[in-house]
Design a protein around this ligand. Structure first.
Ligand code: FMN
Length: 401
């Protein structure tokens, strides 16, 4: 019975039903309770930055070279010396285990099968050792300092032993962003575990019985298995907002974090050329131009618009990655034309987790890969390494800084 249901779900991800990431988004919306779907889909405050991250890609247009044969396109690149089959990395997305049973392992398995790096969030429900074991490809670990420095040091040690190859330090989360959809949906109340508080909001869960059955079979509300508080054990879900407020990462922290990790460090959450230079000075090995997918400070500029400024200030000294708004392979091409070495995708694969676990993430990766090849061929460009500004028209004001 379960096998039939699973088979149906996988078939429902195939064309013509799911042709693009927006179709995958709708599939996730159908399966998930509103509170879980909006947690993935939503952004901070007016969601201006969330929208603009995507709209910025529309402001960049292509300049193809036609009548050029490109029988095979080479998608390979390297990041931090690791060769990647395509310039795509899965970004850290917290709480995937709310979306699908053992969600982080499910995502890592799909990434591994495609040879793609998966980044595990500190705020995940699966043990980091299990996630590393689920992937055949390299995995990165994203660090928040929730639970304090000792807690972070223990996680860093576990991540090293489990074989994670880079540490991603997110610097844009001094407090949790104001995500109004979560408040309206009663996310806090539903996570409190208190029946009285949960009751007004519980209907959303009951109307998605398939999700609910899978969620309960997976053990119900998870704890943060990689935030082990000394003397207390894994951090409870209800404690996360307060913990984030007490755990801001500063440039000074980078010193002890780098010493403890003793491997490549990626700084995620760069919004300006100035901070990019600070990241280089702090000894980062790569950086991610990222506004957390519009989930933290609203009204910051879309990442694609900031990318030329960052590349101009540090592009010759450090590898620059970008995330925010990647929904099509053509978005990846545009980011590379503007100087990114590779991109990270968040929601594009999180919708896949919500829709169908490993199969959904595999479908998201496949959509982006197929798009990427087609776009390169239509541009008359034989490899991602050859992409550059001559393939695009960029709004002039983006280049002024
Ligand atoms: C549901 C969700 C949870 C996220 N959790 C984290 C997290 O725990 N740590 C982190 O550094 N970024 C987190 N992010 C941000 C992503 O890593 C990434 O920056 C963002 O999703 C990129 O934008 P995109 O979703 O438009 O691709 C999260 C994003 C989403 C959508």
């Amino acid at each position: 019975m379960f096998r039939f249901a699973q088979h149906d779900r996988i078939r429902s991800l195939e064309p013509p039903r799911v042709l693009n990431i927006e179709d995958l988004r709708r599939a996730a919306q159908r399966r998930l309770p509103r509170v879980v779907f909006d947690y993935i889909d939503g952004g901070a405050e007016d969601e201006w930055t969330l929208r603009e991250n995507s709209l910025a890609f529309e402001a960049v247009t292509f300049r193809p070279r036609c009548a050029v044969a490109t029988p095979a396109c080479d998608l390979r690149t390297t990041v931090l010396g690791t060769s990647l089959p395509m310039p795509l990395i899965l970004a850290p997305v917290g709480s995937c285990r709310l979306m699908y049973p053992r969600g982080e392992e499910a995502a890592a398995r799909a990434a591994g099968a495609a040879g793609i790096i998966y980044t595990l969030s500190t705020l995940s429900g699966c043990r980091l050792e299990d996630v590393a074991a689920a992937s055949k490809a390299p995995v990165w670990y994203q660090l928040y300092l929730v639970g304090g420095c000792d807690c972070a040091l223990a996680a860093i040690e576990r991540a090293r032993k489990a074989g994670f190859s880079a540490l991603v330090v997110t610097i844009d989360t001094a407090v949790a962003g104001m995500r109004e959809r979560d408040i309206r949906n009663g996310a806090k109340e539903l996570l409190s575990g208190k029946l009285g508080a949960m009751l007004p909001f519980v209907n959303q869960l009951l109307t998605k019985p398939r999700w609910l059955a899978a969620f309960l079979a997976d053990g119900g509300l998870m704890k943060f298995e990689n935030v082990v508080i000394p003397g207390k054990g894994p951090m409870l879900y209800a404690d996360v907002t307060a913990a984030l407020e007490q755990s801001v990462v500063t440039w000074d922290d980078l010193t002890w974090i780098r010493q403890a990790w003793n491997g490549p460090v990626v700084i995620k959450g760069i919004h300006t050329g100035d901070d990019a230079r600070r990241a280089v000075d702090a000894g980062a090995n790569a950086l991610v131009v990222s506004n957390h997918g519009g989930r933290q400070l609203d009204d910051v500029a879309p990442t694609l618009r900031v990318l030329p400024e960052v590349v101009a200030s540090v592009g010759d000294r450090i590898e620059v990655l970008l995330d925010g708004g990647i929904r099509r392979g053509s978005d990846i091409v545009k980011a590379l034309c503007l100087g990114a070495r590779a991109v990270m995708a968040g929601r594009a694969y999180a919708y896949g987790v919500g829709a169908a676990g490993t199969a959904g993430v595999a479908r998201a990766i496949d959509i982006l890969r197929t798009d990427l090849i087609r776009t390169l061929k239509l541009l008359g460009c034989a490899s991602v390494e050859k992409l550059g500004q001559s393939f695009v028209d960029i709004p002039q004001e983006w280049l002024r800084k």
